[in-house]
Structures are given as structure tokens and as C-alpha cells.
Ligand binder design. Sequence first.
Ligand SMILES: Nc1ncnc2c1ncn2[C@@H]1O[C@H](COP(=O)(O)OP(=O)(O)O)[C@@H](O)[C@H]1O
Ligand SMILES: [Mg+2]
Length: 311
Amino acid sequence: MFDQASTLRRLMEEARTPQSSGASAYNNVAGVTGKISPAPRVLTVTGGKGGVGKTLTTANLGLCFVREGMRTLVIDGDFGLANLDVLLNVRADSTLEDVLVGERELKDVIVTGPEGLRLIPASSGMPRVSELGQMQKLVLLDQIESIQDDFDVVLIDTPAGVSKNVQYWAASASEVLLVATPEPTSLADAYATMKVLSQTNHETCFKLIVNMAKSDDEALRVFERLSSVANEYLNVRLDYVGMVPLCDSVRNSVRERTPYVQRYPFSPASRGLRGIAREVLFNNNAPQPKGTMQFFWKRLVAGQNVETFGR
Ligand SMILES: Nc1ncnc2c1ncn2[C@@H]1O[C@H](COP(=O)(O)OP(=O)(O)O)[C@@H](O)[C@H]1O
Ligand SMILES: [Mg+2]
């Protein structure tokens, strides 16, 4: 059990200190503790539509990052329909929800999956928390900050749609990975996601993964269509990071509860995702990240009052 109210009071105090506002906080990657350590890359995986492969991509990309030598954490941000723990075949005794209701600290709910990939699971079924309250958002960001020295990359899986929770996860990340398939409904939802996130979160850049494409050409056509409307109507940039083909090995791996990059390492899907992992890690032409999580929550606290958060 930990005291969320005292955490909140500390956050409010820190937000009032002069160095916490604006550019100084943006540049200060030292975090709450004052230690100098590079902040991890935080990537949110989203896409609007259900069933396009967000969760599978998160789990398998996490494993690719581990194989590239990155200390990687995946967070299940899909309360209620959580299934990262199922795909990674790990047992979760406590979950993110225990943190959100103040019964556990984040570091105590992290479990270890295949090859040392770390996971913060969520619970499935009747969620005790469906929509994050302001206080939960702040406490959660503070908790994530407290473990950030342990990781190089943090990947967040999100539910379908562009709910407030999805907006929160996208805002707390430095980069947004959009997963889309060639289906027109997926294209429409990917566009809607960019529209909402550009308007509510002022996102200016997205990275596109095309999943379940039949060929490179088909994937590139998806990218071209989305990128031209994103440029023209939303004034946002879309970067193509690669494609994962439609592949039986992916479906089989779900039944076998083993990530496909582990069970079928030479399948076309695994080759595609490995390329994506390297593109994301080593060919990062994104604009300057939006800032550390600390910057995000301090900005949030600074713009609010105690009463709002006290509720
Ligand atoms: N590249 C692929 N090839 C074949 N089937 C896929 C592929 N990607 C995803 N799938 C199928 O789609 C289903 C939904 O994937 P999932 O990651 O749970 O989607 P989401 O999280 O977006 O709802 C998987 O269970 C799998 O059967
Ligand atoms: Mg999912």
C-alpha cells in the first residue's frame, strides 16, 4: 500500500518550484531525483481499430528490442481487455490496476517475460479502473518516472479507439507508433487517430507500421495514402517504419502463446518486425522528443489546481 495523496502533494510542490516550468524541465532529463541519466524512449502503440495487431506488435517488438540489447519494458495500457500477459505467457499476480487504486507500487507489479522482456500487466474482465482520473494519471506518470532508470525503451499497448486513456498514453510517450492494415476501415481509423491526437495532444509526427499486408507494394500504398491525407488535411508528418506481412505463423504463435519472433524467427513476419525494430531504434529521424514524462506531468500539474486533482 502506498500513499497516493502524499505523492500528489510532492508533485504539486515540485511543480511550483521555478526550475520545473517550461524549457528547463524539458531539458532536465535528470528526473525527480536530480540524477543525470538519459530518459528511456517511450513509444505508444495505437491505431484506432481493434484487431489490427497492436498487442501482437507490442509484444514482439518488445522482444526485438531486447535482442538489440535494449532493456525493454512493455506496459499493458488496455485495462479490461488486457492480453499482453497471455501473449507473452506470463503469470500476473498483481497488475497496473493495483497501482492505480493505491495498493501496489509500479516496481512491484513488473514481471519478467521471455528473454528478459519486462512487462507491467493489466487485468482482464471487470476493470476496477476504466477511465483514468487526473490523480491516477499523475501518480502513474510519477511511478513510471521512478523506474525509468532501469529501462532503455518503454512500449505501451493501448486499447482500440481514441479514448481519453489512449490520449493520455500518447501524451506520456515521446513517440506514437500507428499500426494499420490495408483494410479501408483500418485506414479510416488510423486517420481519425492522427486527427484526434494532433488536435488534443498536438502530435506532429507519427510512425507507421503496416500489418497484415500481402506485399511491400501494398504496404507502401497504405503509407502513401495515409501520409498524403495526413500532410494535406492535418499538417502532420507520417514516417514509414516498415511492414509485417499477413502470415500464418503469427496466428499459430497466438495459439501457442509464444511471440512469433521467438517461435518462428525466420518467418516473413519476424523478418519484417526485426527490420521495423532496427528502423525505430537506429534510424530515428523523428523530431525532438516532446520531453520526458516528468516534463509532461509538471506541465499538467502547473496548469491545474489542487481541487481538480483532489477529486
Ligand atoms: N501479421 C499478421 N498475420 C496474420 N494474422 C495476424 C497478423 N497480425 C495480427 N494477426 C491476427 O490478428 C489478431 C488480433 O491481433 P491483436 O494484436 O490482438 O490486435 P489488436 O491489439 O490491434 O486488437 C491476432 O490474434 C492474429 O490472429
Ligand atoms: Mg490489443
